[in-house]
Design a protein around this ligand. Structure first.
Ligand SMILES: Nc1nc2c(ncn2[C@@H]2O[C@H](COP(=O)(O)OP(=O)(O)O)[C@@H](O)[C@H]2O)c(=O)[nH]1
Ligand SMILES: [Mg+2]
Length: 323
């Protein structure tokens, strides 16, 4: 049995509620991808070169990325020739199989924050302005508070007016402590204070919000490096996790942003936001393919609980299979 059918059966056995967020949050992407695949397969009795060209176009339009798309199409053509598969539906199933493998073979699949045994675990959150950093931090805080962790927020984005207030409002709503600096104070000094307070107050998870200017890469690099350095003075080996937040609606631009940040910090994961607002849900596959970093969480709406751990099965189900 191909992965495609396996996936379908596996998901069918799951509780509907478990897949609901993915299924509803990815409806735009599904329309742009699954529906087009469906329509294409109905127009052909047998696949031919023209079919594969159109297939390629659909993948690229879904933002799967050029290099991964070409690889998938090439493999599917090979397999169809070797196994003499001509049925368009079967070919489309092969495509989904290849998407699954393309993600899985790129390395580990980890989602939840990896907590250290002793002392606070520190998560640094980076990304350009407006991608949903602060919102995702609030959602992550909410998630781990619900798991019984002591969470503290740290507002090291002292650059953008209103950023500190925004995070403070979240901390009040979530009833979790926050460390802020004086206006326009040095982000690293706020981060340092955060690490110190987290240790003093026996915090399990310290989440550090950072500024997201990209105009000057050297500045950004220096600032992120300095933040990391001062945190590790208080908490050795910290930050333990560094997430880059990418807005799914920016498409391939998100991949370029990630490459910039990768030059600055050692990222341990990606958070994809606004998946509900894009029809180009293939971006997750492109990011994984080009950067190799696991997507850890995915934002599928603006509410507190619209952040899900990334699940490859549910994602592909939401993108390709759900009706
Ligand atoms: N629809 C949707 N909107 C989101 C999501 N995540 C963030 N947003 C919105 O994106 C906007 C910018 O978010 P913010 O957290 O302030 O971005 P930051 O500048 O990176 O900190 C806000 O209006 C958020 O409500 C998501 O997963 N889905
Ligand atoms: Mg912000």
């Amino acid at each position: 049995m191909g992965l495609f059918k396996f996936l379908k059966e596996k998901i069918a056995k799951k509780n509907v509620k478990e897949t609901e967020t993915y299924v509803s949050g990815m409806s735009k992407s599904r329309e742009n991808f699954a529906n087009k695949l469906d329509e294409l397969s109905k127009r052909y009795k047998e696949v031919n070169q023209d079919y594969f060209e159109q297939l390629e176009e659909i993948l690229i339009e879904a933002d799967v990325g050029v290099s991964l798309t070409l690889r998938i199409i090439e493999e599917v053509i090979d397999e169809s020739e070797n196994s003499n598969i001509k049925d368009p539906k079967e070919i489309n199933e092969l495509v989904v199989d290849k998407m699954f493998v393309g993600y899985a073979e790129k390395g580990d699949i980890v989602n939840e924050i990896q907590f250290v045994n002793d002392g606070p675990t520190v998560l640094l959150v980076a990304g350009v302005n407006g991608v949903g950093k602060t919102t995702s931090i609030a959602k992550l805080a909410y998630r781990y508070l619900n798991k019984g962790k002591k969470v503290m927020l740290c507002a090291a984005d002292t650059f953008r007016a209103g950023a500190v207030e925004q995070l403070t409002i979240w901390s009040e709503r979530l009833k979790c402590p926050i460390v802020v600096g004086k206006p326009e104070s040095d982000p690293a000094s706020v981060a340092y204070e955060g690490a110190k307070q987290a240790k003093l107050q026996g915090i399990d998870l310290l989440i550090v919000d950072t500024a997201g200017r990209l105009q000057n890469k050297t500045n950004l690099m220096n600032e992120l490096a300095k933040i990391s350095r001062v945190i590790s003075k208080e908490i050795p080996d910290a930050p333990h996790e560094a997430f880059l937040v990418i807005d799914a609606t920016t498409g391939q631009n998100g991949v370029l942003q990630a490459k910039q940040f990768l030059d600055c910090i050692k990222l341990t994961g990606i958070v994809i936001t606004k998946m509900d607002g894009t029809s180009k849900g293939g971006i997750i596959l492109a990011i994984r393919d080009e950067l190799g970093i696991p997507v850890r969480f995915i934002g599928l709406g603006e509410k507190m609980d619209d952040l899900e751990e990334f699940d490859l099965d549910k994602y592909l189900y939401g993108l390709c299979l759900a009706k």
